[in-house]
Design a protein around this ligand. Structure first.
Ligand code: GDP
Length: 355
């Protein structure tokens, strides 16, 4: 039993509560002693140890207060070693080829000796009990690459929660020496906006259709995109992809020039056949050079940090409010009073907030 439990612990770095046993108190003590310390976590992460990186991310994702405390300590000590990567956001509808693209692009980078981490932001994963994004089985080659690290989306009750955990995981991956962090998302709710606010470069994957490419695309996404890549530009689809490229290019030129001074680019690619990947890599390198030179790169990261500070406060305030037992019962009463016409929404809200 001890052996079994310690194996479990070693697997995820999180001690599991012991079930009833005559020796349980003693075993808990032993297990506590076996838990990895914060300095151990930090030094292993800085060495690039993937097992410890995974364990630390598990702590970040845990809702247990002790785990969170430990995770915060690890994060604090890793922070001076973070910030050195290029963060790339990738979005597109299911089936557009995100996994295939990340696999091709990721391999292209690891072949150059780079270290690539793939994280995902999928707010639906908590509903579906498991993530469809960042699924390891969908990136067969990358998953066996020693220079790649793939982590599915954390589950959470809200997009804000999922996003915060991903932000923290980025820091850990950077401290572990990953120089490119890819964040995959699918356009559910606000997930694209959230990913956009944590990356340096935002790439939208699209498919060529029957000439109506611009329909059904969220306006905000075009504005966020630093590049649009028309994927599956192979076989019979190649010509359509070329037409789509012209259309998107025309649409992009209607937008005012970005603060980064970067003119978004439209490219075609075939993730499946590995065509156009090198061009995309070069484009991202050009973007990074330009924005580092004109200092937009640092400005954007500072702006993102401020955004995350405020959004974490908002999230925490909301969580504290709604999880407060006093509020929980008072809220139910106010809702009842509201339904019976005995109060107004504003009076009810004021009373709850005053509590
Ligand atoms: P995701 O849901 O966006 O991650 O999409 P997947 O990467 O899982 O790809 C969906 C399907 O499209 C799979 O059957 C892929 O093999 C196929 N696919 C992906 N990229 C390409 C491509 O460049 N060309 C072609 N012809 N098929 C592709």
């Amino acid at each position: 039993m001890i052996k079994k439990q310690s194996a479990l612990q070693e697997k995820d770095g999180v001690s599991k509560p012991e079930t009833t046993s005559a020796f349980s108190a003693e075993k808990i003590k032993q297990n506590r002693a076996k838990q990895n310390s914060v300095p151990e976590f930090v030094s292993k992460i800085l060495e690039g140890n993937i097992t410890f990186l995974s364990k630390a991310i598990t702590l970040v994702e845990s809702t247990n207060a002790n785990h969170q405390k430990k995770a915060n300590e690890i994060l604090k000590q890793c922070l001076p070693y973070a910030n050195k990567s290029i963060r790339i956001g990738i979005t597109g509808v299911p089936g557009v080829g995100k996994s295939t693209f990340i696999e091709a692009f990721g391999k292209h980078l690891t072949n150059q000796g780079k270290k690539v981490a793939v994280l995902a932001v999928d707010p639906s994963s908590s509903v579906n009990k498991g993530s469809i994004l960042g699924d390891k089985t969908r990136m067969e080659q990358l998953v066996t690459d020693k220079n790649a690290f793939i982590r599915p989306s954390p589950s959470g009750t809200s997009l804000g929660g999922v996003a915060q955990k991903t932000r923290e995981s980025i820091i850990l991956c950077e401290a572990a020496g990953f120089d490119t962090i890819i964040i995959e998302t699918v356009g559910v709710g606000q997930s694209e906006t959230v990913v956009h606010s944590m990356v340096d470069f935002f790439l939208l994957l699209k498919l060529a259709g029957a000439g109506d490419e611009l329909q059904g695309i969220k306006r905000g996404i075009i504005e966020m995109a630093d590049a649009i890549v028309i994927n599956k530009a192979d076989g019979d689809n190649e010509q359509n992809a070329k037409i789509a490229k012209v259309e998107f290019n025309r649409a992009l030129h209607l937008y005012p020039i970005k603060e980064s001074n970067w003119q978004p680019i439209v490219l075609t690619a075939s993730a499946l056949k590995n065509i156009g990947i090198e061009k995309i890599d070069k484009m991202i390198t050009d973007y990074i050079s330009l924005t580092k030179e004109n200092e937009y790169f640092t400005k954007k990261r500072n702006h993102q940090n401020k955004y995350w500070l405020l959004s974490t406060i908002n999230q925490q305030l909301k969580d504290n409010f709604y999880n407060n037992p006093l509020i929980k019962s008072a809220l139910l009463k106010e809702i009842l009073a509201l339904e019976n016409g005995k109060t107004t929404p504003f009076n009810a809200a004021k009373r709850l907030l005053d509590l």
